[in-house]
Design a protein. Sequence first.
Length: 756
Amino acid sequence: MATDGFDPLDFDTAQHARSSASSSSSGDSNESLLESLTAAQRAAVLHFEGPALVLAGPGSGKTRVITRRIAYLLSRGVKPWQILALTFTNKAAGEMRNRVEHLLPRGLSGGLVVSTFHSYCASLLRRHGDRIGLAAGFSIYDSDDQKTTVKAAIEEAGLTTSNWTPASVLSAISEAKNRLITPEEYLSEAADFWTRSVAKAYVKYQELLTRSNACDFDDLLMRSARLLRDDAEVRARMQERARFILLDEYQDTNHAQFVIAATLASVHRNLLVVGDPDQSIYGWRGADISNILEFEEHFPGAVVLPLGENFRSTAAIVRAADGLIRHNSKRPHKDLFTALEEGEKVRIVRCQDEHDEADQVAAFFEERLREGVPYKSMAVLYRMNALSRVLEDALRRKMIPSIVVRGTAFYDRKEIKDAIAYFRVLTNPRDEVALRRIVNVPTRGIGPTTVRKIEAYAAGSGYGIFEALAIAPGAGIVKGKIGESVHAFADLMRGFQQSMDERFPGELADFVGEVLKQTKLDEFVSRGGVDEAERVANLDELVSAAREFQMIDDPDVTHPTLRTAVCAWLASVSLIADADAFDPERGSVTLMTLHAAKGLEFDSVAVIGLEHGLLPHSRSVESEDALEEERRLLFVGMTRAERALMVSSASSRQVRGIRQSTIESPFLKQIPRDATTATDRTPNFDRIVYDDPEAFSDLDPLELFPVGCSVKHPIFGIGKVEFLARGFGGTRARIAFRSVGTKTVILEHAKLARVV
């Protein structure tokens, strides 16, 4: 079997000979391999030749099927080195390897490749990369290496990182590589200024990689796919090697991975893929759901084997999730069911606001703890990382240990640490660590060389770095445009300092928002990259945190200023960031995004933020494909729960310090009522009695929202209809909103809800 110290493609070794033990030496008969399998699982394990699609629902035992099938193939006389099993994570590959080894006698699995896609491709390129100009000892660049390289490429292309951010350029390059498009091809296809500029950076980026004999992660896939496609000798050798291919999580494959799999399987056609289109949630990073939806078209004669029985979740949870996902049209049907007990119904809770929501989650977990469930078996899942901040605070107050997994705790996120560093410098100009962090964030042209000059000047003159920064341009230490940038930065910071001394403590949130805007930090974090919305939302949440901060009166401070409030707020943030609630005896509640939760399971799960604009995300509402992916995302979250599931929404949330009313996610109405219990904690005036935009094709808007009725808008909140009129483009309504005054909207497009 392939291990870290063995090249899985080096089949000219003695390992090849040792692994050719006959199937008769195996201590496991076919019957023992099939033991404890369901009829559907047995059918998948016993499938021998030809293409097959195993539609494996959540908790259906797909890893057991893959590992048992590998053992079954060996029992049929297939040589270990003729089997290739690929998955997406090292953890999953390791688990599969361990299970196979436990099923087989020692030595029988030698030469078997159970690996990740990227590891397999790296091995392929180390053996055959010289045929495409890649030396065997090539480096594989991680994300930090990529950022450093792409910054240099942007500059060499004559561009600026302020207009073409590394994140946005890398995102475009990654997309191109996933589609197997070379820099030259990308440049020839570029049709506008943006793509032509990115193409130039792509060309330089690849030149730098080539000069360093390096590949990034996308290169591993792209170069392997093109090598297999274009080199007949290598292709024939690898096709003969991989006579039986098993692919896990097939719904997550991108185009490059599809080409690799299809090319390898094109001769023997013994390709078995395992996946679930209902759990395809990575379209934003290149996964192509059509690979699994169109499997039978790509591989004629394929057998489809559905695994619908869930061994993880109670009947109520399975029924709720199944009812939800049936609203997706682009999916092959499979019945989801379980033989487990009914269990408690899914709790749907409409909360007053995000703080009430966090308290309800805490109460839910306290109840589960009293029933004997440890904290380590509980999780909170959310669409965006910014939602974790209020949760972290609430759980800490309740003395419930929690940990943010595969994400960063709110105050440890880079954009938040950058923002906080500004306020640290404003209140303590001698904080050199914070100053170094922000002096060129966003990019101002004040690079390391300039900073070193100013530091040397400060050391020689006895000034602090911030003082030296303010004096340096006038002293001739820095000149030209760089001197102007240094002067402008120093003036900006001194203006903020003066403002803190002249304003009142109650203006804290406004001041935080102003600093983010005037430093252009909010613009900086929004310039491209797959996580731009996440980073913008985090900065908005920082303003909300400042809005909620309550400064304790200090009798020794007779005339508190805004500076007093900023100092107190920073102190509270430091305490939160340093708090350690982890309890090694009882474990911690896990806080993570829905995307990160895929593949995991917990006894008790709370999915929060089920609102228009959050889940489904605001960027998905105009696209049916994107909306279906958002529904799949909720489906994945719900099916992480084994015994208890709570899904919640908040009637209002603070966004950038401003409280906004919300509308419940339409997904909530798609969960079968017989599988749920609903609790509405909002005041009566906020109870929705009508919320079905699709009904406009059948009903008259004038009847749905008559003059005098109360309505709820996803942004403007609660209001009363004052005037209606039909006109060109739709039905116009003048509505007096409580929080923002009178607005005129088009009923057919306003996404209103009728409330009482």
